[in-house]
Design a protein around this ligand. Structure first.
Ligand code: ZN
Length: 134
């Protein structure tokens, strides 16, 4: 079973978005983390069993910068937690889903992650994630 781990939201300005969502949830973000390889800076809010991940581009070539350029700020991806990401990638490839990553890579929040191409999933960018050492 896949559990909704977090929802990723692309923002232009992380600092002001942190204030906005912090006020909305009446609770501040609990961490900020940069993922250099992805050219993003992220922050996380706990919302019940799931989280909200805000993503700000740190360079103009990053996927988040391109997303905002094309579609504006807003929901960028849904992330589902899986027990065995390697097995899930293999299973979903076998079912004909197009994967952006054939092998998991390091993501924020101590996770190994892989994305499915939104062409495969009705226009929704889906992230699979697995906690490292789980
Ligand atoms: Zn994510």
């Amino acid at each position: 079973m896949m559990k909704l781990e977090h929802i990723g939201i692309a923002v232009k300005d992380l600092e002001s978005a942190n204030k906005l969502f912090g006020t909305l949830f009446n609770r501040p973000h609990y961490k900020v983390e940069s993922v250099e390889s992805e050219g993003v800076k992220t922050s996380f809010f706990q919302t019940g069993e799931s989280k909200i991940e805000l993503l700000e581009a740190t360079n103009p070539d990053s996927a988040i910068a391109k997303f905002i350029e094309k579609r504006g700020e807003g929901i960028h991806h849904l992330a589902f937690e899986v027990k065995d990401i390697d097995a899930e990638i293999e299973r979903l490839s076998g079912e004909g889903y197009q994967l952006i990553h054939q092998t998991p890579k390091d993501g924020a929040d101590n996770k190994r992650i892989a994305f499915l191409h939104p062409k495969s999933t009705n226009g929704v960018l889906v992230e699979l994630c697995q906690e490292k050492n789980s």
